[in-house]
Structure formats: structure tokens, C-alpha cells
Design a protein around this ligand. Structure first.
Ligand code: SME
Length: 153
């Protein structure tokens, strides 16, 4: 993956500051430009300690997810990216799509508040390297910098 090229392309794509438009464009951009993904989407903190399904690509998914559950909940609680090589080995993993084998979840923090998480699933075990994580975190930074993120809670 060419991280610089992808970040420039996403910067060019996000030409509004609207959170709904930009979040939909960001998931579509990641899902179509990064290989071997079966699900890409945002979960938003629209009420305290609860993640509500937002724009996504892939099969219909689980909703809502409390902060106490799953890889998404761990990312939201710790405010740290969760890179899971084998979802079956992650205690409390929520299996929305049985095809998913590895997962990357990145917290989206704006002005010190957790706005939501970006969740990316792959049908391949160990799909995400450290370099992939850095690239997708850079894409999240592009999204955060381009977007006026309303705080729901
Ligand atoms: N696997 C996630 C749930 C969301 S789906 O993958 C779309 C989790 O354990 O939090």
C-alpha cells in the first residue's frame, strides 16, 4: 500500500466538512482501495458508552455495541487501536460476519472526546501488518482533520 498516495487521494475526496458525507466517503474509499476486506464501517458514540452503527460497506452488522463488548468496545474504552490477528482468539469478539478472521479497530478522537471507532474486517487471518495499521491510522487523521465532528455525548 502506498500510504502517501492513499492519504492524498482521500484528502482530495473529502471536499466538504460534513461528518455524514465524509464518513460514508471514507469507508467506501478504504473498502474499495484496500485489498481483502469484507467489512469496513464506523460505529459512533451517540449515547454514553455505547457504539451505534454508522456508515459502512459489507453485510448488515451488529448494533449497538456497548463499550464493554468486543474489539470495538476495547478500542473505545482504551482509546487505542486494536489490531487482532485472529478474531477467534480475542476474548469477547463479536462475530457479526462469520467470514471475518482478522480485524483492525481505530478510535476516532476529536477535541479529547471519543466520537466513534473505525472497524475494518478481513476474511484473511493476520491480514493487517503494523505498516497497514499506520496507513489506516493516517487515513483516519485525514478524516478527522477534514471533518466537523459533532459531539453526540
Ligand atoms: N467484530 C466486532 C463487531 C463489529 S463487526 O465486526 C462489524 C467486535 O468484536 O467489536
Amino acid at each position: 500500500m502506498d500510504s502517501t498516495l492513499l492519504t492524498r487521494q482521500l484528502e482530495a475526496l473529502l471536499d466538504s466538512d460534513d461528518w455524514l458525507t465524509n464518513s460514508a466517503q471514507t469507508v467506501a474509499f478504504i473498502h474499495t482501495n484496500i485489498a481483502s476486506l469484507n467489512w469496513t464501517g464506523f460505529y459512533l458514540q451517540r449515547s454514553p458508552q455505547l457504539l451505534t452503527l454508522g456508515p459502512f460497506q459489507g453485510n448488515p452488522a451488529c448494533n449497538p455495541i456497548p463499550f464493554s463488548k468486543g474489539v470495538c468496545g476495547a478500542a473505545a474504552t482504551q482509546r487505542r487501536t486494536q489490531r487482532v490477528a485472529d478474531v477467534h482468539a480475542f476474548p469477547g469478539h463479536i462475530a457479526c460476519d462469520s467470514a471475518s478472521r482478522s480485524e483492525l479497530v481505530i478510535p476516532i478522537v476529536s477535541e479529547g472526546q471519543l466520537w466513534g471507532v473505525l472497524d475494518i474486517d478481513s476474511p484473511l487471518p493476520e491480514r493487517f501488518s503494523e505498516e497497514d495499521q499506520a496507513t489506516i491510522e493516517a487515513l483516519c487523521e485525514v478524516f478527522i482533520n477534514a471533518t466537523r465532528l459533532p459531539l453526540f455525548v
